[in-house]
Each structure stands twice: as C-alpha cells, then as structure tokens.
Design a protein around this ligand. Structure first.
Ligand code: NDP
Length: 337
C-alpha cells in the first residue's frame, strides 16, 4: 500500500520534500468493514491549508500522516452487506492505494456509474460549491453581470455556466490566452480576461461596462483589487476561496486598504459572505446531483478534467495546481479499475 505522507510543513509554496512516500501492508478489513482500492484521487486547493498547523474549519494533517483527499475507490473486499465487490464508492481515503472503512460517510455509486471521476468534480464537491455559492449567496437575476476568476477550474467554470443559464452576463478571469479562449468558445462566457495582462484592470473595467452585480470570489489578491471599484450598489460577493494567497507568508505590502474595503461595503451596501460547502450546505447535496446531472446530459453545462496518471504525478500535479498549471479539474488515476 503506497501512501504519500506530509513530511514537513511548507513555508510559502509547497515543494516535493514536504511529502514522502511510504509503503505499508494492505490493511485487513474486520467485521462490518470493507477494503477500498483508490482508482481516482481528487486534488483540490483546500489541501494547501491542511498542510499548515493553524486553526481553521478543519484540523491540519499531522506530520508523517497520510495527506487527506476525496477518492473514487472500488470495493475489493467486503464484510459489510451494504457494499458488494466492484462497487464504486466516493470515499475520503486520502493519498494512498488502499483504505479500510466501516461504510460511514461513503456514497455507493454502484457497479456502473457513467463517469466515476465526475463525483470528485462537477457532480461532487467543486460543482456543488459553485451551485450553492452562486444560487444562495450570489442570487443571480437575468441581466446581472457576474465576474468569476479561476474561470476554467471546476468551481469557476461551473459558476459561469450556471450564471449564463440564469440569464447573466458572465465575465471570466483566467491565466493565459488558451484558458480564456476555452471560457468563451466552449463554456459560453461573454468575455474572459487574462489576469497576467499588464492592463488587466482596464480590460476588466471595459468588459464590465455596467459594473459588477455578482463577484464570485475564488482567488483574492490583485483580482479582488481590480474588482472592488467596479462593484455596483447591492452587489453580492460569495467568498469561496482565496487561492492567490494560500502560499503567502506575509500580508501584502501597504498601504492598508481595510478602510477602503469597509467604506465600499457600507456605501455600496454589499453582501459579502463566506461559506464552507459541506458544513453550510451538506443537507442540500442530494437535491443538487439530479439538477447538475440533467444539465450535463443536455449539454447545458460542460466539464473539463485534467487527468494525471500514477502516484508519482500526485505531488507535481498538486504543486502545479496552486500556480495555475492545471487546465480543468485535477484528478490523478492511481490504479486501473
Ligand atoms: P482550480 O482548479 O480552479 O485551481 C486553482 C486555480 O486558481 C488555478 O488553476 C489558477 O487558474 C488560479 N490561480 C492560482 N493562483 C492565482 C493567482 N495568483 N491569481 C489568479 N488566479 C490564480 O480550483 P477549484 O475550482 O477547485 O477551486 C477554486 C476556488 O474555490 C479555490 O479558492 C478553492 O479553495 C475554493 N473552494 C472553496 C470551497 C468552499 O467550500 N468554500 C470548496 C471548493 C473550492 P488560472 O491559471 O486561470 O489563474
């Protein structure tokens, strides 16, 4: 059983020596338990936070412990009558080949899910995050202008496409021309601006000629700085993530802009609300899956995966994702089905 453990805590961007590969015996399932073999491992930005020893909404990974993460796994031994051999299970097995479970908290998708790995992306945590953050906090109305960054990632791409279905004008922000072309041509966004462009803030201003009614916050940093002056009175800002800051080791250089931010919230009567998807909306998950399934089947929502192969690609894929090397939802196939 190959495992990837947290070897040391990163200062700034994670490096390969923050991780270490370990080999153990394949664990034995006891009475009532099942043995799961990881087929697909999901890599997500929140895992960077778990590497820090700081207080958050979830405890950190301990040193020399297996890195956490959602997996699509298959049942390879079973002592539990709710699970049969070969069942596909959405699990939280972490960065390893095998895990034992008593079945609690698992979703059994049966023997033949159409796209097993989709449960890690569009039909799972990131897709659900996009849906709830947009619909419950963003409250889109036809004619609104929505801006979302990380626009080709699983959250951003889904936010923009759902907003289009609600009749919004959608302006994406992404890193590079290829991602921007994908957002417009494949995902149907009205515009997409490259945040690496020198005149990025001017381009965003021009694309949002009626201001911004919903800013779905995925990245923070200079993107937020460019968005803030464009927000309309009554704008909604679902605060989902701040990925541009996850590797930061100190606050950005001054001047202190807190009073400018609070002044804008006051004068423009902004709604700025953070959320943690399963803590806040877990009870809505069962209602989301059929809605998204229908949008996927009808082609109204498109989904792009960035699939890597093999345990050796886990660490580079994770490090790369935090700096935008991924083009779509990052999934690693650890074993063949
Ligand atoms: P992505 O696959 O989109 O990966 C992160 C992307 O962020 C990169 O590909 C890159 O895209 C972009 N990025 C990285 N650094 C910067 C930067 N400095 N400036 C601008 N963009 C940057 O991730 P997800 O779709 O999985 O997640 C998106 C956000 O949603 C994250 O912040 C994540 O933490 C958050 N999230 C929050 C949840 C919650 O419950 N609140 C649940 C799930 C996700 P590009 O090359 O286009 O810049």
């Amino acid at each position: 059983n190959r495992q990837i453990l947290l070897n040391s805590r990163p200062v700034g961007a994670p490096t390969p020596d923050n991780f270490i590969v370990n080999e153990t015996q394949i664990p034995e399932p006891k009475a009532g338990e099942i043995l799961l073999r990881t087929i697909y491992l999901s890599l997500d930005p929140y895992m960077r936070g778990r590497m820090n020893d700081t207080e958050s909404y979830a405890p950190p990974v301990g040193l020399k412990e297996v890195m956490v993460g959602a997996t699509m796994s298959q049942v390879v031994r079973t002592n539990n009558d709710k699970f049969e051999l070969g069942d596909w299970v959405l699990s939280y097995s972490g960065w390893q080949d095998y895990a034992v479970s008593n079945g609690e908290g698992l979703f059994n998708l049966g023997k033949n899910p159409a796209h097993p790995s989709y449960a890690l992306g569009i039909l799972g945590m990131p897709g659900f995050t996009a849906y709830m953050g947009l619909m419950d906090i963003g409250k889109p109305k036809a004619g609104d202008t929505l801006v979302v960054a990380a626009a080709t990632g699983p959250v951003g791409a889904t936010v923009g496409q759902i907003a289009k279905l609600q009749g919004c004008k959608v302006v994406g922000i992404a890193g590079g021309a290829e991602k921007c072309a994908h957002a417009k041509d494949e995902l149907g966004f009205d515009a997409c601006i490259d945040h690496n462009a020198e005149n990025f803030a001017d381009q965003l201003n021009k694309a949002c000629d009626k201001g911004i009614d919903i800013y779905f916050e995925n990245v923070g940093g200079k993107v937020f700085d460019a968005v803030l002056p464009l927000l309309n009175t009554g704008a909604r800002v679902p605060v989902c993530g701040l990925v541009s800051q996850y590797n930061a080791t100190e606050l950005p250089a001054g001047p202190d802009r807190l009073s400018q931010l609070m002044g804008t919230i006051l004068v423009k009567r902004l709604t700025v609300k953070g959320f943690i998807i399963f803590d806040d909306y877990g009870h809505c998950y069962d209602g989301f899956v059929p809605v998204m399934d229908q949008w996927l089947k009808s082609g109204q929502v498109k989904y792009k995966e960035h699939l890597h192969e093999g345990l050796e690609s886990v660490v580079p894929a994770f490090i790369g994702m935090l700096q935008g090397d991924n083009f779509g939802k990052v999934v690693v196939q650890l074993n063949s089905a």
